[in-house]
Design a protein around this ligand. Structure first.
Ligand SMILES: Nc1ncnc2c1ncn2[C@@H]1O[C@H](COP(=O)(O)OP(=O)(O)OP(=O)(O)O)[C@@H](O)[C@H]1O
Ligand SMILES: O=P(O)(O)OC[C@H]1O[C@](O)(CO)[C@@H](O)[C@@H]1O
Ligand SMILES: [Mg+2]
Length: 323
């Protein structure tokens, strides 16, 4: 294999640049030419790509965001868009692609590789950590660290004013960020999509805290939880229990930016490096993951259809430690 392409797609995640660097450097080691496609599938459709050499990916490992830019592409969802993307790859004699993104990106790759015979290897890059076939995704650790730092600050002011704060964190369909933020910041509770905590349950829990002289409280709300957004939940709780002065903070896209943590830098480097190793060994249409500390290749079909379950022990522990 002589010419490959790499691109980032979906939401950006801290560590994507480290993964791009690892792909380019290892592919160069194997005497391959690498093309960087800008703006994910959008750039693939538009022919927006250029050759990347070793020096082109210097000084990016520590930077957040993605130097290749990213996009959510409506056009790639159509057969016409995917045909244009294929024509771009043909025109540049690209023999394989390395896709850095989340479940949507690999769903797109799966559809594309059923239509066209070009091998793809996936690198899990999403702050949501919602991919089966890897214990961690690129950007998750940095996002959790950012959220915890924010909650530490909220605690100071919540404590000073005896207030109840609802802090909303990202996680479209998954509670990994919320649960880990709650544990790491010592929050009273986490409302996550994977559990069935109702407003009544939460109110009972907060009442118990108040009886135990808890003068302030922080509740972490995953955006994908079943009770609504943080403001809606705050309003419902206030109606049933108005002991605390209640405030809402949405951390939002702060969680997607910033320099990657050490863990994310090493993870991204390993996954990017082994994506190229996978291609060299003849793997195709698989996602490179890290399972129990070891590199594992999981077919796209499994990575996107199987769901990664939350560790129930962590859920139980979070509840007990918060009491
Ligand atoms: N069924 C599909 N068919 C074709 N392309 C798809 C499909 N699903 C997703 N894609 C492509 O993958 C892109 C990225 O997906 P998505 O926006 O869901 O982000 P993601 O990769 O899941 O990352 P993140 O969740 O971190 O934002 C989509 O914008 C679209 O171009
Ligand atoms: O930046 P956008 O396109 O609004 O996407 C936000 C979504 O992307 C993610 O950050 C990553 O999937 C989700 O947690 C969040 O719901
Ligand atoms: Mg996703």
């Amino acid at each position: 294999m002589k010419r490959i392409a790499v691109f980032t797609s979906g939401g950006d995640a801290p560590g994507m640049n480290a993964a791009v660097r690892a792909v380019v450097r290892n592919a160069s080691f194997h005497d391959m030419h690498v093309y960087g496609i800008r703006r994910g599938y959008e750039g693939m459709i538009d022919g927006d790509l250029e050759r990347l050499e070793r020096r082109d990916v210097g000084n990016i490992l520590h930077r957040g965001g993605t130097v290749l830019k990213t996009a959510r592409s409506q056009r790639f969802m159509t057969p016409e868009g995917r045909r244009s993307a294929y024509e771009t790859l043909l025109a540049h004699d690209i023999e394989a692609c390395i896709a850095i993104g989340g479940n949507g990106t690999f769903t797109g790759a799966s559809v594309f590789t059923e239509e066209y015979d070009i091998p793809f290897i996936g690198v899990p890059g999403t702050i949501d950590n919602d991919l089966y076939g890897t214990d961690l995704t690129i950007g998750f650790d940095t996002a959790v660290n950012t959220a915890i730092e924010a909650v530490d600050k909220i605690r100071d002011t919540a404590d000073s004013h005896n207030r109840l704060f609802f802090v909303e964190v990202m996680g479209r369909h998954a509670g990994f960020i919320a649960l880990n933020t709650a544990i790491g910041s010592g929050a009273a509770s986490a409302l996550i999509p994977e559990t069935d905590t109702t407003i009544e349950d939460l109110v009972e829990f907060l009442k118990m805290g108040a009886r135990r002289k808890k003068l302030f409280s922080v509740v972490i709300v995953a955006e994908g939880n079943k009770n609504g957004n943080a403001s809606e939940i705050a309003a419902q709780v206030k109606e049933k229990f108005d002991f605390y002065d209640t405030k809402v903070t949405i951390i939002g896209h702060l969680q997607r930016g910033g320099s990657p943590t050490a863990l994310d830098r090493v993870l991204s480097s390993r996954l990017g490096f082994h994506a190229v190793e996978g291609l060299v060994k003849g793997h195709k249409n698989v996602m490179t993951g890290l399972v129990n500390g070891k590199i594992k290749y999981t077919p796209f079909a499994e990575a996107i259809t199987k769901s990664k379950s939350l560790d129930n022990d962590l859920v139980r522990m979070a509840e007990i430690l918060a009491l």
